[in-house]
Design a protein around this ligand. Structure first.
Ligand SMILES: [Zn+2]
Length: 258
C-alpha cells in the first residue's frame, strides 16, 4: 500500500503518522539554506560542501517540519554492513552500523541517503522503533529483516511492525553490471528475480528487494509501504549520488519516540 505524502518539504508515511507516539520524516532537498549549487538547499550531511553551521541550520529546519528534536538525533557511520545497534540516548554517535533500534523517548534514529533506501520501522502499539540504511549490499544481506528482528528482541510483535520503505533509486535508473549479479548469486539468490535485463543492460529494483526481504521475514503485507519515488529521476525533489556523480547533498530520514 502506498501511503506517502509530502508536507513542508518532508515526505511522510501515513501508516507511521497514524501511530501516535511517533515522530518521523524523510527529507527532500528543498526548504533549506545551502547555497552551494549541488547541495542546494536542504543538505543534512556534513562534509558535502556546506559548512557545519549551514548543515546544523538545515537539520533544525527539517526537525521542526517533521516534529522532532534535532538534539536527540542518533547517527551512524553507515558502512554498508548489517550491524544493528540499540540506542538508549547515552550517546549520539553509534559508530560502524547501518541500522539501529530504540525504546527510549527523545532518541531520533537517523539514516542519511542519496539513492540508497532508508527504511523506518515502528511497532503499532508497543513503543519500539527502528531505522536502517539499505544500499545494495545491505539489501542483499537482509538488513531490513535484521532491523525487524532486533526490534522483536526488544519485545516488538512481528504482526504489528509497520515498515516504510522511503525514496530511493528506481530500477530504471539503477543499472548494474555482471559483478553485481555474481554477488547476489553467491549471497542472495532469492533476490535475483528483482534484477532484469532491458536492451542489453541489467537493472536492479532495490525497493522490491527490500519489500520481499521483509515479507520473507514474516511482516504482514498490509504493514509494508513503499514510497516509489526515485531520487535519481526527480532532481527537483531529491539528491542523487548517481545523477550528481557524487557531488550532492544528503537527505536524512528519521524516526523516534516523542
Ligand atoms: Zn529513477
Amino acid at each position: 500500500m502506498n501511503s506517502f505524502y509530502t508536507e513542508n518539504n518532508v515526505v511522510f508515511c501515513k501508516r507511521l503518522t497514524d501511530i501516535e507516539y511517533l515522530a518521523h520524516g524523510f527529507s527532500t532537498r528543498s526548504g533549506g539554506v545551502s547555497e552551494v549549487e549541488y547541495t542546494k538547499s536542504l543538505n543534512l550531511g556534513y562534509c558535502r560542501g556546506d559548512d557545519d553551521m549551514t548543515v546544523n541550520k538545515n537539520r533544525g529546519i527539517f526537525a521542526r517540519a517533521a516534529g522532532f528534536n534535532a538534539g536527540g538525533l542518533a547517527v551512524a557511520d553507515q558502512v554498508h554492513g548489517t550491524n544493528i545497534e540499540i540506542c538508549d540516548g547515552s550517546k549520539k554517535h553509534y559508530g560502524a552500523c547501518d541500522g539501529f533500534v530504540s525504546v527510549t523517548p527523545g532518541v531520533f534514529l537517523s539514516v542519511k541517503t542519496a539513492d540508497c533506501q532508508p527504511i523506518l520501522f515502528a511497532d503499532k502499539t508497543k513503543r519500539i522503533v527502528g531505522a536502517c540504511h539499505a544500499g545494495w549490499r545491505g539489501t542483499m544481506n537482509g538488513i531490513a529483516a535484521k532491523t525487524a528482528e532486533k526490534m522483536i528482541s526488544l519485545g516488538a510483535d512481528k504482526s504489528n511492525i509497520v515498515a516504510a520503505l522511503g525514496p530511493c533509486i528506481c530500477a530504471d535508473c539503477f543499472t548494474v553490471k555482471e559483478d553485481f549479479i555474481a554477488a547476489f548469486e553467491a549471497s542472495a539468490p532469492g533476490l535475483l528475480k528483482f534484477i532484469y535485463e532491458k536492451d542489453g543492460v541489467y537493472h536492479a529494483d532495490i525497493s522490491a528487494m527490500n519489500k520481499y526481504v521483509l515479507q520473507s521475514a514474516g511482516l504482514k503485507d498490509e504493514n509494508i509501504s513503499v514510497c516509489g519515488e526515485c531520487t535519481c529521476c526527480d532532481g527537483e525533489k531529491y539528491y542523487s549520488h548517481r545523477r550528481q556523480k557524487g557531488h550532492r547533498g544528503s537527505m536524512m530520514n528519521v524516526i523516534g519516540i516523542k
